[in-house]
Design a protein around this ligand. Structure first.
Ligand code: 13P
Ligand code: SF4
Length: 301
């Protein structure tokens, strides 16, 4: 393992590469990253980099966004098959249909979506900035794609707007059950429940804090409580344990994103050595997808 860490360090220098990692990738991959964060943080960071090569340790909608924001850099994703199933859970035909049905509508696209969907949207959001961004929109009607759970969570905070929902979901979060949360609470009466807004509504109803991966990590660090049930993907355990050696965290063993876990330390080494697989985006789609991403970065400031 140490050999691989050293190899990554050397290759980063040799290839003028920077590594961005999401909190859901394995701990050893997070360890070699230059920047680790939630989707919002990583998209902001992607606008500030000076290196020639960006290696994205995450799934392909993240690497695509980095490429859209950095057309002149080489963006590599160690496993090009690392895909988010939710990113495909709506069609451009459905977007078109909603635009025909409603006059004053904004299509709000969770960043966990394909470039094709982003290109047809008015603004992107992440779980960390969705409420702020949607509040700032002048439109009365909001078509929120693809995630139904995040959409309902945002809608509850903005009752003055009319939401049109889509049926997409994250397979990792959507299968979390309220019964499981309630059982853990019975077992540990003082436990605090920290949940990602991709969880179903009934899980969120049992949560003490709802936020993005970074939000959950910050909350646990600042809290005086000692026991936490974490309702999100288990990759966040790496940072939670590092920051809080004296606190107890319970994770659901099933909360593992198989696509995020495709990025291994060995695949990072291979990818840096060969500078492949490279993320390619055609210029027309890039320009179209850039607009909603830039609008998000502007409104979320
Ligand atoms: P955040 O990093 O925005 O919390 O996103 C969660 C997620 O599912 C990324 O795939
Ligand atoms: Fe997609 Fe869910 Fe995996 Fe995030 S955790 S990449 S939303 S499948």
């Amino acid at each position: 393992m140490n050999e691989l860490f050293e190899r990554v360090k050397m290759l980063k220098k040799e290839k003028d590469a920077v590594i961005l990692a999401h909190y859901y990738v394995d701990g050893d991959v997070q360890q070699v990253a230059d920047y680790i964060g939630d989707s919002y943080y990583l998209s902001k960071v992607a606008t500030t980099l000076s290196e020639k090569v960006i290696l994205f340790a995450g799934v392909n909608f993240m690497a695509d966004s980095a490429k859209v924001l950095n057309p002149n850099k080489k963006v590599i994703l160690p496993d090009i098959t690392a895909d988010c199933p939710m990113a495909h859970m709506v069609t451009t035909a459905e977007i078109k249909k909603v635009r025909e049905l409603y006059d004053d509508v904004a299509v709000v696209c969770y960043i966990n979506s394909t470039l094709e969907l982003k290109a047809e949207s008015d603004v992107c959001v992440t779980s960390a900035n969705a409420i702020k961004v949607v509040k700032a929109l002048p439109n009365k009607n909001i078509f929120f794609i693809p995630d139904k759970n995040l959409a309902h969570f945002v809608a509850e905070h903005i009752p003055e707007k009319h939401f049109i929902y889509n049926e997409g979901f994250c397979p990792v979060h959507n299968y979390m059950a309220a019964k499981y949360v309630q059982d853990i609470k019975k077992q540990y009466p003082n436990i605090k429940v920290l949940a990602h807004p991709e969880c179903p509504r009934l899980v969120l109803a049992n949560a003490d804090y709802i936020g993005s991966t970074s939000g959950i990590i910050e909350y646990a660090k600042a809290s005086n409580d000692k026991q936490f049930l974490i309702c999100t993907e288990n990759g966040v355990s790496h940072k939670l344990k590092e920051d809080n050696p004296d606190k107890m965290f319970i994770f659901n063993d099933l909360s593992v994103c198989p696509d995020m876990k495709k990025i291994t330390l060995q695949s990072v080494v291979n990818s840096l050595e060969s500078l492949t697989p490279e993320v390619e985006v055609d210029e027309n789609s890039r320009k179209k997808a850039l607009k909603p991403l830039e609008k998000m970065l502007e409104l979320a400031k």
